[in-house]
Design a protein around this ligand. Structure first.
Ligand SMILES: Cc1cc2nc3c(=O)[nH]c(=O)nc-3n(C[C@H](O)[C@H](O)[C@H](O)COP(=O)(O)O)c2cc1C
Length: 388
């Protein structure tokens, strides 16, 4: 006879045992360093071939370690890796190599002191929630409570197949799985006795997690679904929602929509975005560099990326021809291009539309971080967007 354990009732969100964690660092605009772990970052252009070491292979350790340390020194609040298992090919082998999402968070823990450390896990690739709850609690301990998780479902057919699944999971169903996944993880992070969990997608019998994470009531969860199902999952289960829009007005209405949806569940979420940033001393210099990068789009890589995004909401907007440059240079994120002053103003516009945090990704991360340090951060401080 199997031993009997307490059966937990809640298998779908909203579920916040002990409440939601405090996510505010005190800066009106929080900043994250993004896609530092992956070949080519978010730039699908043959321009990266002009200096592969610097523009493509910055992810290689210990170079990427130094970039992450520099981001912390400058005052960035957190780092997020891009979770990718199969690259997009093309002439640049775009995203063709990447440091793994958990090992890289663990590796950055002892070489940083204050930076929030995120991992990006694909739910449908069949990790069990106990795996991620345990790995995460471990990194939380190593980093003194700085670990958090970006929950993504995983949409790419080639990645699914690489994990051995030839029967694909439907887009919305993947968010149902994610819902159960996160609920079980929250039980594991909070239950003080062994328990059974009888979900549709996940089961656990006599499960228990020790140690618990040190951050109370639990680690921060972020997500970036843009579809109805993705947003609904996010507002019910996560603390930060990353969203994208075509312009400031679009951001403002997304921010309002997300807060309204979260309020219906009695939850408080913060809305964030990601930006592809290309600063220079003057607007003209930034434009010249942008035109050079944009003149060499790696079409093979972009086509493969678009194919991989077909099941997602990104595909709806991505097919428009004018979106091509935004897909290739920043995966549809706002492009912050211009003089240092202009870049700071564009970030302020996003903040005024209700965006409280943004991930930043650079064509040349080393140069971009130094430009942030020397020029843009001081302007953001003067604007009151960053504390001194
Ligand atoms: C800021 C941001 C970061 C993302 N990071 C990843 C990632 O690392 N790996 C991944 O497979 N998808 C990532 N995505 C894609 C989303 O998880 C999601 O699939 C996409 O936004 C489409 O939303 P939908 O699935 O609700 O249609 C990211 C999206 C955004 C906006």
């Amino acid at each position: 006879m199997a031993e009997k354990f307490k059966q937990v009732e809640i298998i779908r969100g909203p579920f916040d045992p002990g409440g939601q964690p405090e996510t505010r660092t005190g800066h009106p605009l929080e900043l994250g360093f993004f896609a530092w772990n992956i070949k080519g970052g978010m730039t699908a252009s043959k321009a990266v071939l002009s200096n592969p070491e610097r523009l493509q292979n910055f992810w290689e350790w210990p170079n990427s370690m130094r970039l992450v340390q520099l981001a912390e020194e400058i005052g960035f609040d957190y780092q997020v890796p891009f979770g990718r298992w199969i690259g997009q090919g093309g002439e640049t082998d775009y995203n063709g190599a990447a440091l793994d999402f958990l090992a890289s968070a663990a590796a950055t823990a002892p070489v940083t002191k204050t930076l929030g450390l995120f991992s990006t896990a694909h739910i449908t690739f069949r990790f069990h929630p106990l795996h991620i709850a345990k790995f995460g609690a471990t990194i939380d301990h190593i980093s003194n409570g700085r670990w958090g998780l970006n929950v993504v479902t995983g949409y790419s057919e080639s990645e699914m197949r690489a994990f051995g699944f030839d029967k694909l999971i439907g887009h919305d169903e993947a968010y149902e799985m994610a819902d159960e996944f996160v609920c079980l993880m929250k039980h594991l992070w909070s239950e003080e006795e062994r328990f059974d969990f009888h979900g549709k997608y996940y089961q656990a019998y006599g499960a228990f997690l020790a140690p618990k994470p040190t951050r109370k009531p639990r680690p921060i969860l972020m997500t970036a679904g843009g579809s109805g199902a993705g947003l609904d999952f996010g507002v019910r289960n996560c603390d930060w929602i990353f969203t994208l829009a075509e312009n400031t007005e679009g951001f403002r209405s997304k921010v309002n929509l997300i807060h309204d949806k979260a309020a219906k569940y009695g939850r408080d979420v913060r809305v964030a975005t990601m930006c592809w940033v290309l600063p220079a001393a003057t607007n003209a210099m930034a434009k010249e560099k942008y035109d050079w990068i944009a003149s060499q789009i790696d079409m093979g890589a972009v086509q493969n990326f678009l194919k991989s995004m077909q099941p997602t909401s990104v595909h709806d907007t991505a097919v428009k021809p004018e979106m091509l440059q935004r897909i290739a240079l920043g995966i549809t994120a706002p492009q912050i291009v211009g003089s240092y002053e202009s870049c700071a103003e564009q970030l302020r516009d996003l903040n005024q539309a209700g965006i409280e945090s943004t991930l930043l990704c650079f064509f040349d991360p080393q140069e971009g971080l130094h430009q942030m340090q020397d020029y843009i951060m001081p302007i953001l401080r003067k604007m009151g967007l960053r504390k001194s």
